[in-house]
Design a protein around this ligand. Structure first.
Ligand code: NAI
Length: 354
């Protein structure tokens, strides 16, 4: 493995990275705790077919750091972390999730786990059999998380349109939604309710057909979604889709979506900026579920979805105004703002850099 893990941790200010292996279930994975200075690390459990363990390790680092940036920008009393599990043959997954539960219980609340790719209500229920430190997917939990995310994405679109044209005017807008899953469908529904034209793609044709029937969205080819002319391109499938080979194909004015780490590298954000495409940073736009989860765990309250949307919109308004004033890419402005705030928390807590 060629990742110099301790150097990477020092550079990015990580507290802890743990390699996980469970002989009984066959589980392999990593747990990353980026920062806990303001409270326990919140992070989803992602299960994915990684090429190798190096790729999984890089993913846990990127995703955990992004979580701290989210909590910092949204000013939540929490920290950032992530768990990634390597999808492979022969793993007893229910047992593996119970192993994760026991591991989290042993941490005594320093890490609180939630959903992510391939870890939904069923998997979280297994984790919850062994620990209190996990989002309850049922009646006793914070409520619908994807709805909170969808509302945050939708209100972020409003903020972005105002930054572009000084008005929202959804009725004359065209939005391309890539991925009609739990979040993408919620975004499409909100857009149609305010009269926007929605073009949508999904790898699962039945999802597109249902959205066409119920909402009047217009289907497009999944492979070409990126290149369709529109006001806003909304990536709500997977991250990493904008890189050196795809960025030139975009024909949108702005990008606002739920997927994490849409930009494969931060330089891609600079390319978008040069091309005049406004990129609303993913770690602001998609923070709705995190806000709902943290407020519930820390304050015992089920935060109203509309209030979550307004909170995210206000943060994005601020980021976009600063970016405009500085003539800088919004992703860089948001990251710097978050990192400054994290550093201030660390100084306040420990009197020095982390
Ligand atoms: P989901 O799994 O319910 O939906 C994803 C959809 O994208 C599926 O319908 C899938 O068929 C489709 N898809 C996958 N690859 C595609 C492609 N190349 N082209 C078109 N469609 C494709 O996931 P969910 O919960 O809606 O989340 C969407 C994204 O937002 C994910 O990247 C997730 O990590 C991120 N996110 C979700 C949050 C939540 O609250 N659910 C919170 C923060 C981020």
């Amino acid at each position: 493995m060629s990742v110099h893990i301790l150097d990477a941790m020092a550079r990015e200010g990580f507290e802890e990275v743990v390699a996980l292996h469970d002989r009984r279930s066959g589980l392999r994975g990593f747990l990353g705790v980026h920062d806990t200075v303001r409270g326990p690390a919140f992070g989803g459990i992602r299960r994915w077919t990684y090429r190798d363990e190096r790729e999984a390790l890089l993913d846990v680092l990127r995703l955990a750091r992004a979580m701290t940036r989210k909590v910092a920008l949204l000013d939540l009393p929490a920290g950032g972390g992530k768990i990634v599990l390597l999808e492979r043959e022969g793993v007893d997954w229910p047992e593996a999730y119970r192993f994760i539960g026991r591991h989290l219980e042993g941490r005594g609340g320093r890490f609180e786990a939630g959903p992510d790719v391939a870890t939904g209500a069923d998997e979280l229920r297994e984790v919850a059999r062994e620990t209190r430190f996990v989002t309850d997917p049922g009646q006793g939990g914070p409520g619908e998380l994807a709805e909170a995310t969808a509302e945050g994405v939708f209100r972020s679109m409003a903020a972005t349109l105002r930054a572009l044209d000084a008005e929202e005017d959804f009725a004359r807008r065209t939005v391309v939604v890539q991925g009609l899953g739990a979040v993408g469908l919620g975004v499409a529904r909100r857009l149609r309710a305010v009269g926007a034209r929605v073009l949508a793609a999904d790898l699962a044709p039945e999802r597109v057909e249902a959205a066409e029937r119920e909402l009047g969205v217009e289907p497009i080819e999944a492979g070409g979604a990126l290149a369709v002319e529109c006001d806003i391109f909304a990536p709500c499938a997977l991250g990493g889709l904008l890189h050196d080979l795809t960025v030139h194909r975009l024909r949108c004015r702005a990008i606002v979506g739920a997927a994490n780490n849409v930009l494969a590298r931060s330089l891609v954000g600079d390319r978008l900026h040069e091309r005049g495409i406004l990129y609303a940073p993913d770690f602001v736009v998609n923070a709705g579920a995190l806000v709902r989860g943290v407020v519930f765990r820390r304050a015992g309250r089920r935060e109203d979805v509309a209030a979550i949307g307004r909170r995210i919109e206000a943060v994005l308004d601020d980021v976009l105004a600063r970016a405009q004033a500085e003539g800088a890419p919004p992703a860089r402005v948001a990251a710097a703002l978050a990192d400054d705030r994290i550093e201030a928390w660390r100084v306040a807590a420990h009197g020095g850099a982390g």
